[in-house]
Design a protein around this ligand. Structure first.
Ligand SMILES: Nc1nc2c(c(=O)[nH]1)N[C@H]1C(S)=C(S)[C@@H](COP(=O)(O)OP(=O)(O)OC[C@H]3O[C@@H](n4cnc5c(N)ncnc54)[C@H](O)[C@@H]3O)O[C@H]1N2
Ligand code: MOO
Length: 400
């Protein structure tokens, strides 16, 4: 059997960052910047007012109250090349360029608000409420660094420099194929022996949640020839960057994924010393598309995606750090773990740094109903046979 860490490394090695494309800001959230971004302009672009009020020469308002004629109105967006001559004022709104001659802004609250003449009641400090050109960044300044994930403030920074697009690593498109004759689409009647397909929804959503685009297919029947044809079609499709399957990879007489791919030289099926998630397959199809074939038990699919597929998807997106954040947490309950296999126990945080199994009967790989309670996966090493109350655990946080 392969160890958990060995298989993680093989699974991750199937992925490389995808090529960089200019992408409209509207589509760029969550993608990874592929170039440094510098500003060509000073930011702000010109001296402007931080307040709605009056631009004045401070020397004219040293003795207050004083009444000045208002020579011009400057709303935000004004291109007026106004001049405030000695003994005059301009009415100015937040963001409007400071007129030549003015060196301070008096907020409207400190005046009578007049439009032809204004009474100024307070002497401003030098340069009061003037936002200087370039005080945020000067031309040539590095604003964003290659490798950054584009979060909302990053989009604001790009827009502020005048860019409508960003050069980012392309978003991967990942096909998700669930297999099994026993599966029916959710919402359709379930006769004895059948069950609703939950894995294609789980995995497609997990792909989306990881930042990629999911192409959800299936459930497909236990017909190896038909499945192989579908997988080869996806492999040949240049818009598909990876394939994830669920089910049909263990020792069953009808294990369709294994049967379909057994003759593929680029794909291997290996038991991994982990519970849940022991039967695993992965590799490349003939045209080079990476494929991860995950076990069908829902908790196995979930844990396998987290450990073996999500990091690869994150690498395709261009992330340097591809792992979930990990925390040390204390076991609030004890449980037995399978000997000789690492365990991925779905856990919830019961108090700040204490965790308990999220599903009633532990890490059973069929316990899908309450998997949604899980906030983390406790990774218990293979050498540990029992978790005791108070033990410190390594927990991958699967929800923010
Ligand atoms: N003799 C052995 N039997 C099994 C072994 C083994 O080593 N020797 N391994 C067990 C382990 S561990 C796992 S995990 C499962 C993996 O089985 P498969 O990947 O072949 O998955 P299936 O047999 O197709 O399904 C397993 C289970 O999950 C349900 N399932 C499958 N797909 C879905 C879906 N899309 N949505 C919801 N539920 C799904 C399926 O009905 C089965 O109950 O093998 C063990 N057996
Ligand atoms: O490894 Mo299976 O995934 O235990 O249930």
């Amino acid at each position: 059997m392969r160890t958990l860490d060995e298989h993680r490394a093989v699974a991750l090695a199937l992925a490389a960052p995808l090529g960089a494309v200019e992408t409209p800001l509207a589509d760029a959230l969550g993608l990874v910047l592929a170039e440094d971004v510098r500003t060509d302009e000073p930011l702000p672009r010109w001296d402007n007012s931080a307040m709605d009020g009056y631009a004045v020469r401070r020397a004219d308002v040293l003795s207050v109250p004083v009444v000045l004629p208002v020579v011009v109105d400057l709303p935000a967006g004004s291109a007026d090349e106004a001049v405030v001559a000695q003994g005059t004022a301009a009415r100015i709104m937040t963001g409007a360029p400071i007129p030549a001659g003015a060196d301070a802004v008096v907020p409207v609250e400190e005046t009578d608000g007049g439009t032809t003449h204004v009474q100024i009641r307070v002497t401003p400090v030098p340069a009061a409420h003037v936002r200087r050109a370039g005080e945020d960044a000067v031309p040539g300044d590095l604003v964003l660094v290659a490798g950054a994930e584009l979060r909302p403030p990053h989009l604001a920074a790009l827009a502020s420099t005048g860019r409508a697009t960003a050069l980012v690593h392309r978003r991967p498109r990942i096909a998700v194929v669930s297999t099994g004759d026993e599966l029916v689409a959710p919402g359709t009647p379930v006769r004895r022996g059948q069950l609703p397909d939950s894995n294609s929804w789980l995995l497609a959503a997990a792909v989306t949640d990881a930042g990629a685009t999911a192409l959800r297919l299936g459930p497909v029947a236990d017909d190896p020839a038909a499945l192989l044809a579908l997988l080869l079609e996806l492999d040949a499709d240049e818009s598909v960057d990876g394939i994830v399957t669920s089910g049909g990879v263990s020792m069953g007489a009808f294990d369709v994924v294994k049967a379909a791919l057994l003759a593929q030289p680029g794909v291997e099926f290996v038991p991994v010393a982990v519970q849940p998630g022991k039967p695993q397959g992965l590799g490349r199809l003939p045209a080079g598309t990476p494929i991860w074939t995950l076990p069908g038990n829902p908790v196995s699919s979930f844990a396998s995606f987290e450990l073996f597929v999500r990091p690869a998807v994150r690498r395709m997106l261009g992330f340097a750090s591809v792992e979930r954040p990990a925390v040390a947490a204390v076991a609030d309950e004890g449980w037995r773990t399978p000997p000789g296999r690492a365990q991925l126990m779905p856990v919830r945080f019961v108090r700040d740094d204490r965790v308990a199994p999220a599903t009633a009967r532990g890490s059973g790989s069929h316990l899908v109903a309450r998997l949604a309670q899980a906030q983390g996966l406790a990774v218990v090493p293979a050498e540990v046979d029992e978790v005791l109350v108070g033990d410190t655990l390594h927990v991958l946080k699967v929800v923010p």
